[in-house]
Design a protein. Structure first.
Length: 250
């Protein structure tokens, strides 16, 4: 994306600092932050102190900086904005409770396929990357494939290239032609399935949910399971998805 003509450099630098500190869970000292962000040390100190004052960073007793509690508040705000209307959380919870497997919702956000809601259940392996806001695996997840299937090929290719075709496992599709072939012939009632493309030994099934919003016409809902378990429960999981998709569409 091209930077705007009125880009405010100090805001951009502050966000880069948050990213750099966030990449170091144990904390990061100002000199390391300055080097990672390619900033003068004096500028880095000013921005660190400002972010700490606002609560987005916290200074440790050793003088390092780590993410502050305001970050978690903004994460909750993100979750609320992505999962509206309120019935979404209730439908995901019901799907997780009735199937015993973790339930997920994804949608298009700023021309990206993003996870919008998650309710975990004991029957599924924990997938730490699949949290609200995650948008890096449309080519590797059943949720992503479902939503990508509704796009014209050129727009689909642009979206996937923008997200990057990261090889999450040895089974991850890394070629646009192969992705197109997998999605060919699918329709709005297809149960999209992937086996081990996002996480080895884990399978996921997803279905599309039509909405009444012309600017946000499709969501996708999914469940995950360990692959051996999934093989024996595929029809049950698909049935649960159909009920949940109908509840959301209604």
């Amino acid at each position: 994306m091209e930077p705007p003509s009125d880009l405010i450099q100090s805001v951009s630098r502050a966000l880069r600092i948050l990213e750099a500190v966030g990449a170091s869970p144990g904390g990061c000292n100002p000199k390391v932050v300055a080097r990672r962000c390619d900033l003068h040390l004096s500028t880095t100190y000013h921005l660190l102190r400002t972010l700490a004052y606002e609560g987005y960073l916290a200074r440790t007793s050793e003088g390092d900086y780590r993410l502050g509690l305001e970050i978690s508040d903004r994460f909750r705000d993100l979750q609320a904005s992505l999962t509206r209307p309120p019935r979404v959380a209730a439908v995901l919870r019901h799907l997780a409770d009735t199937t015993g497997h973790s339930a997920y919702l994804a949608r298009f956000v700023d021309d990206r396929v993003a996870i919008a809601g998650v309710v975990e259940a004991a029957g599924s392996p924990h997938l730490e990357d699949l949290i609200p806001g995650f948008d890096e695996a449309p080519h590797a997840t059943a949720l992503g494939k479902a939503l990508l299937s509704r796009l014209p090929s050129r727009r689909r290719h642009d979206l996937v290239r923008g997200a990057g075709m990261r090889p999450f496992t040895s089974r991850t599709i890394r070629d646009l032609a192969a992705l197109d072939a997998e999605l060919a012939g699918t329709d709005v009632d297809t149960v999209f399935v992937e086996h081990g493309q996002f996480r080895g030994g884990v399978s996921c099934a997803a279905m599309l949910v039509p909405t009444a919003d012309p600017e946000d016409p499709w969501w996708a809902i999914a469940v995950s399971a360990a692959s051996p378990t999934f093989a024996g429960r595929r029809e049950r999981l698909a049935a649960g998805l159909r009920v949940a998709a109908g509840d959301l569409a209604a």
